[in-house]
Design a protein around this ligand. Sequence first.
Ligand SMILES: NC(=O)c1ccc[n+]([C@@H]2O[C@H](COP(=O)([O-])OP(=O)(O)OC[C@H]3O[C@@H](n4cnc5c(N)ncnc54)[C@H](OP(=O)(O)O)[C@@H]3O)[C@@H](O)[C@H]2O)c1
Length: 289
Amino acid sequence: MPRIALVGPGAIGGLVAAWLCQDDSNQVTVCARTPIRCLEVETPDGMIEALPTILTQPEQGLIVDWILVATKAYDSDSAAAWFHDLLDEDTRVAILQNGVDHVERFAQYLPAERILPVVVDCPTERVEPERIRQRGPVTLVVPESDIGGAFTELFARTDIDATTDTDFVTVAWRKLCINAAGAVNALTLEPARIAHSPHAELVMRKLVLEAVAVGRAEGANLNDAIADEVVEIYQNQPGDSVNSLLADRLAARPMEIDLRNGVIVRLGHRNGISTPFNEMAVALLKSVT
Ligand SMILES: NC(=O)c1ccc[n+]([C@@H]2O[C@H](COP(=O)([O-])OP(=O)(O)OC[C@H]3O[C@@H](n4cnc5c(N)ncnc54)[C@H](OP(=O)(O)O)[C@@H]3O)[C@@H](O)[C@H]2O)c1
């Protein structure tokens, strides 16, 4: 029976924990910052409920096989504070966060080969502390490897589609291209409809093309046409749809700026590629936080 600890039961973490609990062969503990009693998920096919063990303080002696981290990236260090009591030398840690630098984010806490980056795709939101709305299918993609295969096994008897990919670098950078363009929404304080403005569309394209150039240098298989795809994705969203960067800014929470745009600037520097649009987005968003 896999022993699993899920750190950060928000939109993604709560959803994943609730689905893992639907399979009796998983033993799930949820590590929460804000106390909750249960998890409820409104899925497109009906409600699922789960009553995992829920902790709000680390508990000694609770070693697990897997830790799944699903906090926002800016809470990574506080998420890692749970590790001490959960980890032994066989525990693997899956990072269910956006971005392309999951392993670097946690490498100070355990050996890189035990850290698994996960690309999450699922439109979902937390409507109350214990209730999550899942608006469509959930996919999790991890690198093709022994640890990647073991991770997908955890979801074999759930409705979550967890798969491995031999070109995970490209998968992660494609997702980053979409997220990088979302800086326009946080900068303008406008939801998805802003993508129909030719001025905003131009900035979105520039943000994405810089990501494409840096991603290619990092080994991703990307072409410039992705800039058109990304603009189309935003233009096809309901006009009032709010991405998480904008939602965080509107709620005066920290923003995942580093994960979405800062990383493009940083890796651009490493590869001698200039990224002025992303650099400006990062500077402006940091100036308002
Ligand atoms: N939501 C989406 O549709 C979506 C889709 C794809 C990828 N992602 C990515 O998935 C990651 C998680 O996003 P999210 O939308 O699920 O965030 P979220 O709804 O804000 O959930 C984050 C959760 O982490 C908890 N948390 C923070 N610090 C903690 C700590 N030290 N210990 C335990 N729990 C802690 C928060 O607790 P509180 O209840 O106290 O706030 C909250 O429950 C992000 O990297 C995001 O970019 C999200």
